[in-house]
Design a protein around this ligand. Structure first.
Ligand code: CMP
Length: 141
């Protein structure tokens, strides 16, 4: 597992946190936890209640709903925000498809992050809009 300074500099390279200065990133890192998953391991299960938000540090994960592939997420991309925002069960499964490391935040730390960092919240909204548009243009939707 990488130590906190490594994670802070890694988080600085992803667009999600690019609006934050180094000091803010460092304090954020200490609020989250690194989690490691093997290929094939489930990270989030459709229908379960959500307790965490995840940002991929390394590796790759698939978002699947009812067995259908919705998206493949990689380094710098996030998931798990939907349940934390609307407090409903997880909308899809998220499964590691290669050894995957995530930076994970609890729901209350996630709420603090988006409330106090408008740049982060805006980045997240843009990405969510992108996902809605991709779903709208998907032939199987
Ligand atoms: P949540 O519902 O908490 O848990 C499953 C996660 O999968 C969801 O949050 C999103 O982060 C992610 N997700 C759901 N649908 C899509 C999609 N169409 N494209 C990319 N990610 C998705």
């Amino acid at each position: 597992m990488a130590d906190a300074p490594d994670t802070a500099s890694m988080l600085g390279t992803v667009p999600f946190f690019s609006g934050l200065d180094g000091k803010k990133r460092k304090s954020l890192v200490s609020e989250g936890k690194e989690m490691a998953y093997k290929a094939g391991e489930s990270i989030v299960r459709e229908g379960a209640m959500g307790v965490g938000f995840y940002l991929i540090l390394d590796g790759r994960a698939e978002v699947r709903k009812g067995g259908r592939l919705l998206a493949t997420l990689e380094k710098g991309q996030f998931f798990g925000e939907m349940s934390l925002i609307d407090e409903l069960p997880r909308s899809a499964d998220v499964v590691a498809v290669s050894p995957t490391r995530c930076w994970a935040l609890t729901s209350w730390a996630f709420a603090g992050l988006v409330k106090t960092n408008p740049d982060v919240a805006l980045h997240m909204l843009k990405e969510m809009v992108k996902r809605v548009r991709a779903a709208q243009s998907s032939p199987t939707s």
